[in-house]
Structures are given as structure tokens and as C-alpha cells.
Design a protein around this ligand. Structure first.
Ligand code: S3P
Length: 178
């Protein structure tokens, strides 16, 4: 029933939010599904970088995390009315009550992956993620942050398991619902 109501809401708004931890594949899957469904695609980190003219690591270093979270809040306000696929930065749903805003204005899909898989995927990309770049034990840092965030991610309308799956295969599952 809940699923049906949200599917109806989705069809009305055509606004799909992809959420999940860093490295869960939100941007890759988002771009792919957008291409398949011929819908526009937008990424919160990219929007913030364009608005500020700074990279995400620069914003964290020069302005601090609180300013970055406020930019994410402004991003969510800015997509009110946007129709398409929206990839949200990993921490976005976990601050400023933004998860409620996502749930109320679109369909929210959580791309789930185990901490072990995330650690493998992030091993070469950590440098671009300020919250992980200085961690002495990246695997432990990922596991601990993920645990704190699951309470938010699990509120999503749908959860898709991504361990061991290709973006194409994940999109097939998503497409079957849309
Ligand atoms: C963050 C995730 C990053 C980016 C920033 C903070 C987080 O986005 O927004 O580094 O708090 O998890 P991705 O999830 O796209 O890597």
C-alpha cells in the first residue's frame, strides 16, 4: 500500500532522489536511469560546486562542514519543482531534517552496500571525500559513519541492494518499478 501510494506520487512528480553512503553508486546509477528514461539528472555536489565555484574538499577546508550542510539545504529547496533524477551527497539526508523534505517531495531510493564493499570502492577515491581523507583506519571510519546514518537512509521509500551488482543491473530493478 505504502509502495503504491509513493509510486503514484512519483508518477505525478517524476522526482526521484537517490541516497546512500559515499561510493554507493548514486551518480553512476542516476545518470544511467536518467538516460534510459530520458529525464534530466542533477547531482547535489555538482550543483554546490557550480554555485560556489569551489570543490567539495575546498568548501570543507575553507568554510567548514556546517556551511556545506547549509548549501545542501539550499540545494534541496532549489530542486522543488525539478522533474527528474536527483543524486544526493551521502550526508545530505542526515542533516537539517532534509530526509523529511525528500520524502515529502519525491520518491526516495536508498542504494545500500555493505561497509566492506564501500571500503573497496572508496579505496582510490578517498582523497575527494573530506570526511574520509584523513581517517587513519578508513574501513573502521566507513563502518562507524554508515552505522550512524542508516537510521536516516532506512526511511527511504525503497531500498536497493547493490553489493556485487552492476549499475545496469541496479537500473533494471529501478526501471521495473517506474
Ligand atoms: C559526503 C558525501 C559526498 C560529499 C561530501 C560529504 C558525506 O558525496 O557530499 O564529501 O557526508 O557523506 P558522495 O556521497 O557523492 O560521495
Amino acid at each position: 500500500m505504502v509502495l503504491r501510494i509513493h509510486l503514484i506520487a512519483y508518477l505525478r512528480s517524476m522526482r526521484l532522489f537517490l541516497i546512500g553512503f559515499m561510493g554507493s553508486g548514486k551518480s553512476t546509477v542516476g545518470k544511467l536511469i536518467a538516460r534510459r528514461k530520458q529525464l534530466p539528472f542533477i547531482d547535489s555536489d555538482q550543483w554546490i560546486e557550480e554555485q560556489t565555484g569551489m570543490s567539495i574538499p575546498e568548501i570543507f577546508e575553507l568554510r567548514g562542514e556546517a556551511v556545506f550542510r547549509d548549501l545542501e539545504r539550499r540545494f534541496v529547496l532549489s530542486v522543488n519543482g525539478f522533474e527528474g533524477i536527483i543524486s544526493c551527497g551521502g550526508g545530505l539526508p542526515c542533516f537539517n531534517d532534509l530526509m523529511s523534505g525528500l520524502l515529502d517531495t519525491g520518491t526516495v531510493v536508498f542504494l545500500e552496500a555493505s561497509p566492506e564493499v564501500l571500503a573497496e570502492r572508496l579505496v582510490h577515491e578517498r582523497i575527494h571525500r573530506p570526511l574520509l581523507s584523513n581517517a587513519e583506519e578508513p574501513s573502521a571510519a566507513i563502518a562507524s559513519l554508515l552505522e550512524k546514518r542508516l537510521i536516516f537512509y532506512r526511511k527511504a521509500h525503497y531500498t536497493v541492494q547493490t553489493n556485487g551488482r552492476t549499475p545496469e543491473n541496479i537500473c533494471d530493478e529501478l526501471e521495473a518499478w517506474l
